[in-house]
Design a protein around this ligand. Structure first.
Ligand SMILES: [Zn+2]
Length: 87
């Protein structure tokens, strides 16, 4: 009798450990993604045509202005950024 309850206790303990670990992993992934979104992977772009400021992903080289649809180059440091006429 006491063996069964010990095994059940162990199983419950392992289950809780697994749940805790899963929650920790999910939390860490969520936090990392959120941090990435806030800090590293985006960039403020100002449209040179309509002066609309918006956020674009840094990984993209070009993006479209959400207001007027102008094609803008996101550009890195020292890069040429600005409005390019699209044919
Ligand atoms: Zn614009």
């Amino acid at each position: 009798m006491i063996e069964v309850s010990a095994i059940q206790g162990l199983l419950v303990y392992l289950g809780l450990m697994g749940l805790g670990l899963g929650a920790a992993v999910a939390w860490d992934a969520w936090r990392a993604r959120r941090q990435e979104w806030q800090v590293s992977n985006e960039r403020l772009v100002r449209c040179t045509r309509c002066s609309c400021a918006f956020i674009a992903e840094r990984t993209r080289r070009e993006t479209d202005c959400p207001r007027c649809g102008a094609r803008l180059s996101v550009g890195g440091r020292g890069g040429r950024s600005g409005y390019q006429e699209q044919t």
